[in-house]
Design a binder for this molecule. Sequence first.
Ligand code: HEC
Length: 104
Amino acid sequence: MKLIYFFSFALFGAGAIAGHAKAQQFPPEQVKQGAAIYAANCVTCHGEHMKNPPWAIDLATFPRDARTRFIDSVTYGVRNMPPWGDVIKPDGIAALWAYLVAGE
Ligand code: HEC
């Protein structure tokens, strides 16, 4: 019985997160574009599908409300992370953000 309470809480919690994410919706083509750019440039350090990063941070934990920080970090680099502004156009970086937020 306790388990059921747990699951309904988990569902409710997930619903709340989904409701929050609704504020940021992205066209599927943009998410797809982001996935392709990610696969070409980010996988080696951040892991396939943003999972099990071999040595960089786990992007799954990146705060979903920190778009400006994401854009800045990716464009200009941060500590051990190289800058991408010369390689990926702003709309590509925006697509990466869509991919990060919307997921697979
Ligand atoms: C050469 C390895 C490498 C590649 C390739 C790489 N990153 Fe990173 N990335 C890192 C490392 C290392 C960090 C952790 C930096 C730190 O905080 O010291 C990081 C951090 C980040 C952060 C967090 C920045 C913050 O503000 O905390 C984001 C977002 C990010 N990477 C996105 C990307 C994206 C998107 C790509 C592909 C365009 C990418 N990274 C490619 C190594 C890499």
